[in-house]
Design a protein around this ligand. Structure first.
Ligand SMILES: Cc1cc2nc3c(=O)[nH]c(=O)nc-3n(C[C@H](O)[C@H](O)[C@H](O)COP(=O)(O)OP(=O)(O)OC[C@H]3O[C@@H](n4cnc5c(N)ncnc54)[C@H](O)[C@@H]3O)c2cc1C
Length: 842
């Protein structure tokens, strides 16, 4: 409504201007200047063109009074800005001095960490004019024959071996056979190079393996994810000495060593750089000889695989108080590999993470003496631990949790679509009620988004990227989406999802969700502090250049660089303001994008939000500076806008990668609409909470001149989307491809599909019974078995048809039924642990 009113007012103003003397010429002049800003001309090109335009405007006799004066002052200012020595001394130098004072001090380690990884599509979204060709030209992710064979062979076999109820309730662990299979068939060696005996899988294949296991067993998926994520193998691969690689990597690949990585402790969780664990350089005895080594004291908790680990990747802070190494006394965070049996280590007890008994527990070390060679990369890498961790996180975080969560979400959609078809209430499949359709559509749209995000980004990694900002976006947003999908799946299943037991295929996946939310950078921290905080420095086309220039010890070169960056930045901001206004006003209808057809509008809207976002970011940085970091609510919302645009781009690329199937368009529309609606709402939330209200009003006029006109997915779209997964369709199979769907007695996903297909096939028979039997009174039984019996007796169905209906009834009720237990069966069988001191609590 507000949008319509503003549009009407603008049209009236333009119409009024046209009726005034010189009004048309003024309109043309203003439009031409806006066009120049929109097209991002260089300062000199803009000044020259502006001069010509103003000369023509003046020759036409249109400008007058104050307006005329303003334009000539502006022109003079523009020419002066083109005189570089003048602008450097009058503007650049004083600005740079003030900027440097505001710039927070940063250690070399922090700087390296911040600059870790590469900038990919995330960087384009910061420009306000993303170059789609860069994304569209990227090769779709693909599996090699060997990777495909692994998924269809060992991975399928593993899934068949896993029984989540047995694992979670009866054993409290994987079976010994499953452990052996995981270790010896390469599941822990997906990232280890072939020359060391590993599988050396692509990032995409690695992701597909985890997604498949996760659709079957969250416990096994968690155990399998860790050795392939940030940990000893990854760190050795990139930073290990040749000796370390030659010794450990083949042993890890063969499953002779089980690794864990211990960073978190009781006193340092999210703020992991503040770990109090120490490694002090000193002399000590090692294998009968005195050497210079490290005396380690540490207390770690929450460490996945710790209870069964044979080698511990340990992060600690290293000190050299006696300067035995000749350098600094406080060397910094360092990573080392410590064999489990090293004297002084306490390990083996277990935490119990929300009923999902993957191996996880505390580790403590008291005066553990090890040689300096245990440092990953040798003594030369002492103090480089934080950089190593942050660098490797940019890849690992794109894979483990996004893949596990996507696999679980796919399983949730697959099961829920089928369950909503076979479960009838009020004489209708529950999936046909509008309220349930809305929930199923959300599950589908979010799962499509998750799959797009994880697979397109994995493809980018395989193309050589190390996308650090997308890794934070994927980790945080995909796990949050997974949480929503998990909640929705539970709601649609009602009591069936709640009653735990061997027949429950949702409960454990639902329980593990907070684990995904918390690990590898807890979501609150990642959303509020990391995504935007890291994004703005890494991805912004000018910020890092300005920071580097301001800190350049060569002052003259620094001023030169800063000058170029600063004026580039100013032009960039002004251009984005204009682009934002024009595209918001026109609803991005005239924005050029490289595709046509039904998805083109989403490309256009992403460009529009990119310009608005880039403009808002610059205003926020200019006015709030370092304080923006403290205003986490604002940073989080800007991070959300970036993430929404990123994921919407992934959705569009994923659709293309899959050959742009027309049947999937409703899902693509739901996903894009939802993401762009979120972008709009978060940008609006940012403006509502922006402390400088006058500036907020100006930004609002330039970002939302027509108000909030972008709408969320509607009911009709939800109906079309839900229909795609409550029946056996190609879209359903494409969306859920890659999970464990094999039809066999103990796989609910296979059985649900079978029952759903039977429901579809038998629908005409069931209708016949309703119309010819129930309505005519020939069939009066209240339940299906009775109705089939009476329909058979009344000749409404044949023997064969009755048998098919009975078979369907039995199969669907098997799936709908839940378990019950004798009281004693539910009591914990093990003796309660004896009270004992807990050496790991610092
Ligand atoms: C099941 C499981 C497995 C794990 N595996 C490992 C492992 O193998 N190795 C390992 O080293 N660690 C592991 N962890 C540790 C995990 O990485 C930490 O739990 C995580 O870093 C959060 O630390 P914390 O739990 O101490 O929460 P805290 O740091 O106490 O944080 C509490 C809450 O405050 C939020 N928060 C903190 N600071 C900010 C901020 N500035 N802005 C906004 N929000 C903030 C956090 O996001 C969180 O929600 C594991 C944890 C779990 C639960």
């Amino acid at each position: 409504m507000a949008g319509a009113i503003v549009t009407l007012l603008l049209v009236l103003a333009a119409a009024y201007a046209v009726t005034q003397v010189g009004g048309v010429i003024t309109l043309v002049f203003v439009a031409a200047v806006l066009f120049l800003a929109y097209r991002r001309l260089s300062l000199l090109a803009f000044t020259v063109t502006f001069t010509v335009l103003l000369a023509l405007y003046t020759a036409a006799g249109a400008p007058a009074g104050l307006w005329k004066g303003l334009l000539w002052v502006l022109l003079a200012g523009l020419w002066l800005l083109n005189v570089r020595p003048l602008r450097k001394s009058l503007i650049t130098r004083p600005f740079m001095a003030a900027y440097l004072r505001l710039l927070p001090a940063m250690s070399q380690t922090e700087r390296e960490a911040l600059e870790a990884g590469t900038v990919w599509w995330d960087g384009e979204l910061f420009t306000g004019a993303p170059q789609w060709s860069k994304l569209l030209a990227a090769k779709p992710p693909a599996l090699s024959d060997e990777e495909r064979a692994f998924l269809d062979g060992p991975c399928e076999e593993l899934c068949r071996m896993l029984d989540e109820w047995h694992i979670t309730h009866e054993r409290g662990d994987l079976t010994p056979e499953a452990w052996e299979f995981l270790k010896t068939r390469g599941f822990f060696a997906m990232i280890i190079p072939k020359k060391y005996g590993g599988l050396e899988f692509s990032a995409y294949a690695h992701s597909c393996v985890l997604a498949k296991i996760s659709s079957r067993s969250p416990t096994a998926a968690s155990n399998a994810a860790v050795p392939n994520s940030l940990g000893p193998a990854e760190l050795l691969n990139h930073y290990g000495t040749e000796e370390q690689k030659d010794y450990y990597l083949p042993r890890l690949a063969r499953g002779e060593e089980v690794p864990c990585f211990a960073l978190t402790g009781p006193r340092a969780g999210s703020d992991a750089a503040s770990i109090p664990d120490t490694g002090v350089v000193c002399r000590g005895m090692w294998q009968g000889a005195e050497i210079v080594g490290l005396r380690l004291n540490f207390s770690k908790r929450y460490i996945t695989l710790a209870p069964v680990a044979t080698v511990i990747g340990l992060a600690f802070r290293m000190f050299d108080p006696e300067r035995l190494l000749g350098g600094k006394t406080d060397i910094g965070i360092t990573c080392a590999l410590i064999p489990r049996n090293t004297p002084g280590i306490t390990i083996g007890r277990r935490h119990f993470p929300l009923n999902i008994p993957f191996q996880n527990g505390p580790i403590a070390g008291s005066d553990v003496f090890v040689p300096l060679d245990f440092i990953i990369g040798g003594p030369a890498m002492a103090g480089s631990g934080w950089r190593m961790l942050v660098e490797q996180l940019s890849v690992g975080r794109c894979i483990s949790l996004p893949s596990n969560t996507t696999g679980a979400a796919k399983a949730g959609v697959w099961a829920t679509g089928a369950y909503a078809r076979i479960r009838t209430q009020f004489n209708m499949p529950v999936g046909k009620f509008e309220g349930v359709e809305a929930v199923i559509a959300r599950m589908v749209g979010l799962t499509y988004t998750m799959d797009a995000g994880r697979s397109v980004t994995a493809g980018a990694i395989d193309g050589g990227e190390k996308p650090s900002v997308p890794s934070a976006m994927l980790k945080s947003h995909l796990t949050e989406m997974g949480r929503q999908v998990g909640n929705d799946a539970m709601d649609v299943h009602g009591g069936k999802g709640i009653m735990l037991g061997p027949r429950n295929y949702l409960g454990r996946a639902y329980q593990i969700i907070p684990v995904a939310i918390t690990v590898e950078g807890a979501n609150l921290l990642t959303r509020n502090l990391i995504i935007f905080g890291q994004g703005v420095i890494r991805c912004h086309p000018f910020v890092l250049r300005e920071m580097r220039a301001a800190r350049n010890p060569d002052r003259r070169a620094g001023v030169d660089e800063f000058d170029g960056a600063l004026f580039g930045h100013i032009g960039f901001t002004l251009s984005n303001a204009v682009r934002s206004f024009v595209m918001a006003l026109t609803h991005a209808r005239f924005t050029r994008v490289p595709v046509s057809g039904e998805t083109a509008r989403y490309y256009q809207h992403i460009v529009r939000f990119s310009a608005s976002f880039a403009f808002a970011v610059d205003v926020a940085m200019l006015t709030l500076g370092g304080y923006l970091k403290k205003k986490e609510g604002l940073s989080a919302r800007l991070g959300d806008v970036l993430s929404s645009m990123y994921l919407a781009s992934m959705v569009l690329k994923h659709h293309q990668n899959q050959g742009a199937p027309a049947e999937d368009l409703p899902i693509v529309e739901w996903a894009c609409r939802n993401l762009l609606y979120q972008a709009q709402e978060q940008l609006h939330g940012f403006l509502r909470n922006f402390p400088n209200r006058a500036l907020a009003a100006v930004m609002r006029a330039l970002i939302f001149p027509r108000g909030l006109v972008y709408s969320a997915p509607g009911d009709e779209l939800a109906h079309r989307v839900a229909s795609l997964v409550t029946a056996s369709t190609a879209s359903r199979r494409r969306l859920c491809a890659g999970i464990y769907l094999t039809l066999e007695p103990h796989n609910p996903l296979g059985l649900l599909e079978e029952a759903m297909m039977l429901a579809e096939q038998l629908e005409p028979l069931l209708k016949r019974i309703r119309v010819e039997g129930v309505k005519t009174g020939k069939v009066s039984a209240l339940d299906l078995p009775g109705q089939i019996q009476q329909a058979l007796a009344a000749g409404i169905v044949s023997q064969t048809e009755a048998a098919a209906l009975r078979d369907y009834d039995r199969k669907s009720m098997e799936l709908i039924n839940v378990d019950d237990f004798a009281s004693g069966e539910l009591a914990a069988r093990a003796q309660p642990p004896a009270a004992q001191p807990r050496p790991y609590v610092a």
